[in-house]
Write a protein that binds this ligand. Structure first.
Ligand code: ZN
Length: 480
């Protein structure tokens, strides 16, 4: 009986009212990281601390073992066995932004959907997992392993919560994280994040021709820049006016051909100011955006700049522009599980007197090791006259399809949904990668849109209850 989906479905559906009654006040806590209210026991501020306390208080009142790890993380645990199954959720949320129909921290239900920041990422699923754990406890079924619901508080920023957890406790080897998509993500790309720099060449400033005074585009490595701005000094002398007229004409044609918008202004001092709009996208999918920075460089590169002005634009225009798969950077590679390496040029800066810098976000295939690509990147960057001034890598994550955790979760999913559990790969990282054999498991069902990080974030209530049933059975099957 108990290993039948129907049992857990019935149990979860019966929780509907209680779940919503608990979810509303939980979503109403503004748990955006706020360092201005940070202090001992609340390293990410008041709101995050209150959201963590909310879940721990719930666990305590239901008779679970709970622990608060200095406000960085916490857990609610069921069972006393030596071996452990981990379920990883987080209570912090991203900033609200504009464009909400109803306020982001006043949950509203419309058409069977609950709208609030955190509804789908990740408070709704976190609470569904908590209710699942409670259903498991209420079932009284014997278990061979403990189940620990691990609650993080810094998932949307620096993952310091998991770092702190790993210092204080031992992370479980197996488990899942309800913080992405169903059926499950078993492969996550790794990252190489280098900053490349180009020294300014003093002779550039002395030249009488065109000069690139400044160039600014993007402010996050892992996003495609949707804005770019550049200031350009026009050569002094008799031909200046003709040159400006020619550039203006070419600019209009360029905007038209590139199907983007932009603005060009001439300042009295003989300085042209360019602004270009691209299309934003997540850095793991650079091909879905239009990089305003490299596109603007492509336009400017046709103008006869000299020295480091020219080298900066050349690198952006001839190497980085639309090099989504790192072919021109000489790092292209792929695997069957997670696809091709991707390159995003997220932060692009130039100053005529100090030089240029580019922050790249490279995501390499899950089954490969980063070292050979780091070496190739360094060689290529040097060959181009740039320097790698800072480089951070983060590991990829991969659980083979025949691993018992995947086989178990696939079977549970199939029993509930009636469709094969197709394994997914992601360019992004989830908490699952902190577990040796962990996968991201829900909450967004195939074919449903994910509104995580968007205005009017919502979760379908029926889907959250479906997820609750799946999580309850999954916890049981992994722990029995
Ligand atoms: Zn999340």
């Amino acid at each position: 009986m108990s290993d039948h989906a129907d049992y857990w479905k019935r149990q979860a559906l019966a929780q509907r009212d209680a779940y919503l009654e608990t979810l509303r006040p939980f979503l109403a806590i503004n748990s955006i990281e706020d360092m201005s209210t940070a202090g001992p026991g609340k390293p990410f501020g008041d709101g995050v601390a209150r959201a963590l306390d909310f879940m721990l208080a719930l666990g305590r009142s239901d008779g679970f073992a709970v622990k608060n790890l200095d406000g960085y993380a916490g857990y609610v645990e069921y069972g006393e066995s030596e071996e452990e199954v981990g379920v990883l959720v987080h209570v912090d949320v991203v900033t609200a932004g504009d464009g909400w129909t109803t306020p982001p921290f006043e949950p509203h239900i419309r058409d069977g959907k609950i709208y609030a920041r955190g509804a789908i990422d990740d408070k709704g699923p976190a609470l569904a997992a908590y209710f699942a754990l409670r259903l498991l406890k209420q079932s009284g079924l014997p278990l061979a392993k403990r189940v620990r619901l691990i609650i993080g508080t810094d998932e949307e920023s620096g993952w310091l919560c998991m770092k702190h957890y790993a210092e204080q406790e031992t992370l479980p080897e197996i488990g899942f994280s309800p913080d992405a998509s169903f059926p499950m993500i078993h492969a996550e790309k790794g990252q190489i994040n280098p900053t490349l720099t180009l020294a300014a060449q003093p002779e550039t400033a002395a030249a009488a021709g065109w000069r690139l005074l400044s160039f600014v585009s993007g402010d996050q490595g892992n996003s495609v820049p949707d804005k770019a701005a550049a200031s350009v000094a026009v050569p002094a002398g008799a031909e200046a006016e003709t040159a400006v007229a020619a550039v203006t004409k070419r600019w209009d044609a360029f905007l038209h051909a590139s199907r983007v918008t932009g603005r060009l202004e001439q300042r009295a001092s003989g300085v042209l100011s360019f602004q270009l709009d691209g299309k934003p996208a997540h850095g793991m999918e650079p091909f879905n955006g239009v990089n305003a920075g490299t596109l603007l460089a492509r336009f400017l590169h046709d103008t006869p700049f000299a020295g480091s002005d020219r080298e900066f634009l050349r690198f952006l225009a001839e190497v980085l522009h639309e090099d989504h798969y790192g072919e021109r950077m000489n790092v292209a590679c792929r695997d069957d599980v997670s696809g091709a390496l991707t390159v995003n040029a997220g932060i692009l800066r130039y100053d005529g007197s100090t030089g240029g810098s580019v922050r790249l976000n490279i995501r390499y295939p899950a089954t490969l090791q980063p070292e050979p690509y780091v070496e190739r990147l360094k060689a290529r960057v040097e060959e181009l006259g740039w320097t790698v001034s800072d480089l951070r890598t983060s590991k990829s994550h991969y659980v083979p399809a025949d691993h018992p955790v995947i086989r178990t979760l696939s079977r549970v999913y199939e029993q509930h949904i009636g469709e094969p559990a197709r394994l997914l790969a992601s360019g992004g990282a989830t908490y699952a990668k902190t577990l040796k054999a962990g996968v991201a498991f829900g909450p967004v069902f195939p074919g449903k849109e994910s509104t995580a990080h968007l205005a009017d974030e919502y979760a379908e209530i029926d889907d959250l209850l479906r997820a609750m049933a799946i999580y309850a059975q999954a916890m049981y099957e992994l722990a029995k």
